[in-house]
Design a binder for this molecule. Structure first.
Ligand code: HEM
Length: 490
């Protein structure tokens, strides 16, 4: 590509001469978003660098992510090469791995999005969430210290029920165990730097008899890849055939008639993607919510007061949302301060040119969400948890500050934007509002120093970033609240 580069112009600025290997590997340990944020300060909102054998474009402003990833969507909707996860373990059937021009990507996104249309959302998804949410409140009441486990199980329960009509009851549910392992495999195989073969793709041609650690790991992942989605799919197929299927997305798809082999493969992997797309992300968000409340008692009390005024002494419903501006601001601030997906990787399908810079085909494009979320020209006082920032809508609109993080970064960009957003938005709001309507969340040690959010402290450095394990106290906010929860137990 050096010829076309000469013709098309220079690459954007950025750090040069980084060590060939190791750069990408070290990066992940360091919270790459912090390193990337420094590069933004040093080189600007459009930066080019190479990591191992890849060219990477780092976009660190609303302007650049919007102009390239949204407006030039068709050219910015591919994914970076995934050697371990795609080529070796074979997760290509997942919607998130292949390039956008693979037809099944669009077919799968369509099924996922239609699965959350307004009617399905109201009739099939929200009622399930409300029911599972009652179970969550009861678990919080009885075993508050296990809140992290309860949250995880709540999400898994919702996803299994809406995807397969599978009722998750036991902690050692087989389907749950399998999906958890698949989810771990998928995120490990996808993470930058976990496997050397992603930095040196030629390693994939080493003979299998060498039996290196990563080869054994890959074989184990491949075995699970082949079965995890087959088992629940076959179960629903049989239930549909003998008329015992509970309502679910999979049952709806199968009730339309005998699928072709190609459709079967797509349905199976859509099932897999509901879990890998929806569980770790939503769990990370709710853990972040609990953690933020424990650290910001004033914001919590303001939200609780608003709920009391609007809702009174009953459990809230989504119909109350329009009147709960402050609660909504709390939700936005959780999405912003510690974004669940701090950096989002896409890739270019063709050569491009932007503001005089040349952007080669096949460049990894990284949306630097963390840096945008902490940009003080967009979110003044960016490292502080401050729901109030969203409330002055006229002023915000006039100055272009404090845009809703859900609308322009938390769920990604362009043609790859999160297809689960249609349920994620109401589910996050409903859950936050319901928990706050009956519980106080308190820090175990209120005098401990607050983490420094300008350094992303106390948050993990995974693809889906969540708070590091923490403790807090979750107690009913009043006698009436406790009675409301106990009334749910039958
Ligand atoms: C708080 C919850 C969630 C957050 C923060 C979140 C965030 C994201 C982000 C940032 C992306 C990448 C978008 C891009 O590449 O531009 C994504 C992709 C995706 N999400 Fe979500 N998500 C959430 C919930 C869900 C749920 C509930 C589902 C279930 C259907 C889901 C399914 C997916 C799938 C399948 C993709 C891959 C799409 C593709 O590659 O074309 N997500 N999500």
């Amino acid at each position: 590509s050096s010829l076309s580069r000469k013709r098309a112009g220079k690459l954007p600025p950025g750090p040069r001469g980084l060590p060939l290997l190791g750069n990408a590997l070290d990066m992940m340990k360091l919270r790459p978003w912090l390193v990337y944020n420094e590069w933004k300060q040093q080189y600007g909102d459009i930066v080019y660098f190479t990591a191992a054998d890849r060219g990477c474009l780092l976009l660190s402003s609303h302007k650049t992510t919007h102009e390239l990833m949204d407006k030039r969507g068709s050219n910015y909707a591919d994914r970076p090469r995934a050697v371990m996860s795609g080529e070796i373990v074979g997760y290509h059937p997942k919607v998130s791995v292949p390039n956008y021009n693979v037809p099944r990507v669009r077919q799968m996104r369509k099924i996922i999005i239609e699965g959350q249309n307004a009617k399905r959302l109201n009739d099939s998804i929200i009622p399930v969430v409300e029911e599972k949410l009652q179970g969550l409140l009861i678990s919080f009441l009885h075993k508050p210290d296990d809140f992290a486990h309860h949250i995880k199980k709540f999400i898994a329960g919702v996803i299994f029920e809406i995807t397969y009509g599978h009722v998750l009851e036991d902690d050692d549910d087989k389907l749950w165990e399998t999906y958890e392992q698949m989810s771990k495999d998928f995120s490990l195989s996808t993470s930058i730097g976990a496997f050397a073969v992603d930095s040196v793709p030629a390693l994939k041609y080493l003979p299998r008899w060498l039996n290196l650690g990563w080869m054994q790991e890959a074989d184990r992942m491949i075995a699970l890849r082949d079965v995890h989605a087959q088992v629940p799919y076959d179960a629903v197929k049989e239930q549909v055939a003998n008329g015992t299927a509970r309502p679910s997305l999979m049952a709806t798809l199968l009730e339309r008639g005998q699928p072709t082999l190609e459709q079967e493969d797509i349905f199976k992997w859509v099932g897999s993607d509901f879990y890998s797309g929806g569980s770790d992300t939503t769990t990370a968000f709710f853990l972040s919510f609990v953690y933020m409340m424990s650290l910001h008692p004033e914001a919590m009390r303001k939200a609780q007061k608003e709920i009391k005024q609007v809702v009174g002494n009953r459990l809230p419903t989504l119909a109350d949302k329009a009147q709960l501006m402050y609660v909504d601001a709390v939700v936005q601030e959780i999405f912003r301060l510690n974004p669940v997906v701090p950096i989002i990787p896409h890739a270019t399908a063709e050569d491009d040119e932007y503001e005089g810079y040349f952007i080669p085909k096949g460049t990894t494009v990284i949306a630097n969400v963390w840096a945008i979320a902490h940009d003080e020209s967009v979110y003044p006082d960016p490292h502080t948890f401050k729901p109030e920032r969203y409330l002055n809508q006229e002023e915000n609109a006039r100055t272009g500050t404090n845009p809703d993080p859900r609308k322009n970064m938390a769920f990604g960009y362009g043609r790859r934007i999160c297809p689960g957003q249609h349920m994620a938005e109401p589910v996050t709001f409903l859950t936050v509002m319901t928990i706050l309507s009956v519980f106080d969340i308190e820090a175990t040690n209120p005098n401990a120093p607050k983490p420094d959010f300008s350094k992303a402290e106390k948050y993990t450095t995974e693809l889906f970033s969540r708070p590091e394990p923490f403790t807090c106290r979750i107690v009913p906010s009043s006698k009436e609240s406790e009675a409301l929860i106990r009334a749910l137990e039958v």
